[in-house]
Design a protein around this ligand. Sequence first.
Ligand code: GAR
Length: 316
Amino acid sequence: MTKARIAILISGTGTNMAALLYAAKHPSCPYEIILVASNNSDAEGLKLAAAEGIATFAQPHQHLDRAVHDAMMHDRIVHAGATHVALAGYMRILSEAFVQKWEGRMLNVHPSLLPKYKGLHTHQRAIDAGDSHGGCSVHLVTAELDDGPVLGQMQVAILPGDTADTLAERVKLAEHQLYPRILAEYVSRDSDPAWLVQQVRERAMAQPEADEVTSHGMPCFGITGAKKFAYVSVDHHGDGKTALLVKISGAEEQAMLIDSDEDRYYRPAYFGDGWIGIRLDLGDTDWDHIGEWLAKSWLAVAPKKLTKLMDVAGEF
Ligand code: GAR
């Protein structure tokens, strides 16, 4: 198993960092922690990380432009060879450029049941609102503060007499359970055939009159009553690979694609020159690109009456 390489960013105590770090010590964990970085040289968590043999790095942000500070952090994270960033009590608003560079590969833990209580003082706000539960969320980081897609949540009951501090303490216990699990799930999904098939399914079924059948044991997408335009090959003859097969123009395009990236593209056995195999399990699949492949493949097999209808619709 190739493990994801995680850089954790902290500003303070770093108990979530510790939870991630100790989860990563288990041999079955799909990630390893390769760097703990902070905007605060005195962050408690840095000492623990160093004692646990993890590379650490501190770059105070005072007197630095936000973009400059973020660029410095980014360089160190890239230099360490990180594949993902986990924010764990990193109390800095990130620049858009930094967020963009790590889009889809940066997670955060937030002490509320998002979309409730973005920002600060989450526990007091939950208590003041008379909520029965507080909790925590792990989400992908997007340009908007605490707004990215939620990957997982855990509720925490609010007890009579709870203060923001007592509730925060219990929410942290929940965070320490939730964050390592969600991060493990997230970094594993790129090699999880069921998740990969689902990604193809959503895009294939978005094509006009698409339907799904199983053909030779493979999920297969076609136009109702007409030809097939995509197959997903999962562990074909035990090859351990997950790949999308789509239509192309012929041998020349096939050879060109394989030549351009022979780890990703291949000639699918039994399908001939009119098809190309595209590996989906390499960890860096561009899903918009896969959507385009599917649309192109659909167009290659679509009966005239359907494409004509689309041309007419396109004119309006
Ligand atoms: C955690 O409760 C985390 O959810 C919160 O800071 C605490 C850090 O504790 N993060 C945020 O509020 C971010 N918006 P830790 O340093 O002990 O992990």
